[in-house]
Design a protein around this ligand. Structure first.
Ligand code: ADP
Ligand code: MG
Length: 245
């Protein structure tokens, strides 16, 4: 099997004032890889994802997407964001729009996809995430798990090359976590390139190609799930895992 690089991060640094949040972060993600990012609260996981989606601007270092080094001076970041989808802990659906309207909003307004086509594709995406009977309802009538699946469909509607997930199940009632993880697993099985911040270690063990452990703004350890979970090399990784498992 040939592998193609999708995303490369080199020596990324980011500070908020005096707080140095990302410290020389290096990361390589090949096409169709699922990378699960773990680490304690405050270790910089969200900031890293936000830098990769250019919601935050790095201070220095390189972000290379599909072979192209992306800089705010040379690239239209709104265009770049179309290639990098992001799903957050909180779904941020438009409450006054139906489920289908939420999904077609960006393709129609941002990408100028003809409305008919956006509707057809939006419906197919909602079918795919198991919400084929919910096109015309409003988000307030949905469970948290259903809302998050709408958020995933909405993000997929832009046809991203990479999907970033920042604790997508953390705000859900425990009984709703599984349906969202199942949707994500399906996406992974279809070959989507994904970077996922999660505390769901079962998902990480089953779905991740690589697990990255972050501590205090640095990548401390990087490996296959079996290595990280069963034979972590670094003491900090061992301590973190024993604190959560
Ligand atoms: P994690 O997602 O691993 O919990 P974050 O990336 O959210 O970590 O945060 C890393 C550190 O950066 C924390 O100390 C947090 O308080 C700080 N931080 C995050 N965003 C901002 C911001 N916009 N302004 C100032 N500090 C921030
Ligand atoms: Mg976070």
């Amino acid at each position: 099997m040939t592998t193609k690089e999708m995303l490369r991060v080199e020596q990324l640094n980011k500070s908020f004032g005096d707080l140095h949040v990302l410290k020389n972060v290096d990361l390589n993600v090949d096409e169709s890889d699922v990378v699960v990012l773990i680490g304690a609260s405050g270790s910089g996981k969200s900031t890293l994802l936000r830098c990769l989606n250019f919601l935050e601007m790095k201070d220095d270092g390189k972000i290379v997407l599909e072979g192209e080094q992306i800089e705010k001076e040379t690239h239209n970041l709104n265009k770049i964001r179309e290639h990098v989808g992001m799903v957050f802990q909180h779904f941020n659906l438009f409450p006054h729009k139906t489920v289908l309207e939420n999904v077609i909003e960006a393709p129609v307004l941002v990408k100028n996809i003809p409305k008919e086509q956006a509707i057809e594709e939006g419906k197919a995406l909602l079918d795919k995430v198991g919400l084929g009977d919910k096109y015309d309802v409003y988000p307030s009538t949905l469970s948290g798990g259903q809302k998050q699946r709408v958020a995933i469909a909405r993000s997929l509607a832009m046809k991203p090359d990479v999907m970033l997930f920042d604790e997508p199940t953390s705000a859900l009632d425990p009984e709703l976590v599984g349906e969202v993880l199942a949707t994500m697993k399906e996406l992974a099985d279809e070959g989507m390139t994904m970077i996922v911040v999660t505390h769901e270690m079962g998902f990480a063990k089953e779905v991740a190609d690589w697990v990255v452990y972050m501590h205090d703004g640095k990548i401390v350890e990087y490996g296959r799930p079996d290595e990280i979970f069963n034979h972590p090399k670094e003491k900090r990784t061992q301590e973190f895992l024993s604190s959560i498992l």
